[in-house]
Write a protein that binds this ligand. Structure first.
Ligand SMILES: C[S@@+](CC[C@H](N)C(=O)[O-])C[C@H]1O[C@@H](n2cnc3c(N)ncnc32)[C@H](O)[C@@H]1O
Length: 286
């Protein structure tokens, strides 16, 4: 079972009530959805994900509360459809736990991992869109360098892009990791390909664009006193969430529930290291 990040804190911010209706925009393996569902009596969780495989696993993991959960396959852009298909217009809360799950990250077939060889894919939804291989093999060197620099924060992005272009086509994660490793020697404890892989993943899935769409569409789904709760894992994402909440508050549309982002306790990080960089923010609609 996937360990939900900041479970107590995120459910408290969502203010889960037994008769409430909540949308988990990123059900993953069902960690948060299961926790919400077990607190409900007449309420409902709409559980959304763009990854069909994760949805299937979430369904199995949350079996005991199946009567209170409706699953939906879609991106942040289609969240209004998920709510409409559940026969609703407004709901009490939206939760988004951004990025990829440990399951996606560590399953070689999904192509996110440089630790194990697999096809260079990285799509959260393998049924649609371009793969990381398409991106790496058909993007010009300058654009590739910009992606690796802007989305991965890799200062040696130009060197990495040059090395990729020189040897492509590249079709597997191990080959890409090896090319990056040869281009930029190891300095700290991070594998030199870490930032490049993160940048490509974010580009393939348009993660920043999707976050903007979430921050645009989710508030309109909330009824009075409804809450939007977001867990971000990179400073770029967290900044976007903070700025959007400030903008909404500035327009008098609601209030910010977290002056500073909440972060996991040392105890949580010790048993779930993947939670290390989580930043949790909440907003209440007027
Ligand atoms: C960190 S995991 C969520 C883990 C989940 N909260 C749990 O406790 O099991 C993020 C999930 O969000 C999904 N996801 C990320 N961006 C998405 C988007 N724009 N639209 C829909 N699903 C998305 C991913 O496919 C992944 O399954």
């Amino acid at each position: 079972m996937h360990l939900a990040v900041m479970p107590e804190e995120s459910l408290a911010l969502l203010n889960v009530r037994p008769e409430g209706v909540y949308l988990d925009a990123t059900v993953g393996l069902g960690g948060h959805t299961g926790l919400i569902a077990r607190r409900l009596t007449t309420g409902l969780v709409i559980a959304n994900d763009r990854d069909p495989e994760s949805l299937e696993m979430a369904r199995r993991n949350t079996e005991p509360w199946a009567d209170r959960i409706r699953f939906h396959h879609g991106t942040f852009q289609t969240l209004p459809d998920a709510v409409r298909e559940a026969g609703l217009q407004k709901i009490d809360g939206v939760l988004a736990d951004l990025g990829v799950s440990r399951y996606q990250l560590t399953t070689p077939d999904r192509g996110f991992s440089f630790a194990a060889d697999g096809p260079l894919d990285m799509r959260m939804d393998p049924t649609t869109g371009m793969t990381a291989a398409d991106l790496v093999n058909f993007t010009d060197e300058k654009t590739l360098a910009d992606i690796i620099f802007n989305l991965g924060g890799e200062r040696r992005a130009r060197r990495v892009a040059r090395a990729i272009v020189r040897v492509r086509p590249i079709r597997s994660t191990a080959r890409l990791a090896d090319v990056v490793l040869r281009a930029v020697p190891r300095t700290g404890h991070l594998h030199p390909a870490t930032k490049t892989f993160m940048a490509l993943r974010m580009a393939v899935n348009d993660e920043l664009g999707e976050l903007d769409r979430l921050l645009e569409t989710a508030p309109a789904l909330l009824q009075s006193r409804g809450r939007l709760v977001v867990i971000a894992f990179s400073s770029g994402e967290d900044r976007r969430v903070k700025n959007r909440f400030r903008e909404l508050a500035g327009q008098g549309l609601g209030s910010i529930l977290t002056k500073h982002p909440l972060q996991p306790t040392e105890e949580e990080v010790s048993h779930n290291p993947a939670s290390r960089s989580a930043k949790l923010r909440g907003f209440e609609w007027n």
